[in-house]
Design a protein around this ligand. Sequence first.
Ligand SMILES: [Zn+2]
Length: 256
Amino acid sequence: MARLVIDQIPVLSDNYIYLVHEPETDRTAVVDPAEAEPVLQRAEAMGWRITHILNTHHHGDHVGGNLEIKARTGCTIIGPRADADRIPGLDEAVGTGDTVRLGAATAAVFDVPGHTRGHIAYHFADDSALFCGDTLFSLGCGRMFEGTPPQFWTSLQTLRALPDGTRVFCAHEYTESNLRFALSIDPDNEALKARGREVERLRAAGLPTVPSILAEEKQANPFLRADDPTLAAHLGLPAASPEAVFAEVRGRKDRF
Ligand SMILES: [Zn+2]
């Protein structure tokens, strides 16, 4: 069975690009290359040949390196079908129900609109690795630029349904500010407080807080808890639908 080697490259102010290496057949995918040069340098240093780009959505800090990496490596670019016209150099458009092969490894694709209308996530189940772009962050979720609360909440439920041990490789190091907001609306949540202590320890040591573990996100991330009566009560919305609670949490975070 494939054992992926995942390398995290911090770029710009707070983006993460990932190199996903499948050693058995020597394939390497880049997830969301904001820039080309740091990716090409790291791949060369690792001795890895880039064969694929996996894009989660169309924003510039996720596709900015597409064309240069493709020109330099001849790699195949895979991205969301619902946004095919907005992904530079796209070769294969995918959505829910599709799988992506990286040599001996396979990722299931999920449509997870809300941040953008054509956002997708890649789940390598055998390696417990989820690449979710700007849909789900540790203790947060992406801004709702192109979607609706019901759509975004459905997308987050899709990701929440994955196994507890799933490692959440999101695309930004936003955890500290997400933590401050989450504690402001959910101050008594013990799982959140525990994650908060871990986040503070990691950041003080200059270490990433990503990937996080999905089981912990399910308990601590307010955006995954819109159907939890405790959170709804804290927000003064005891009888509201999960969609309404999600909309309230998202709105409060936007103004935080
Ligand atoms: Zn984005």
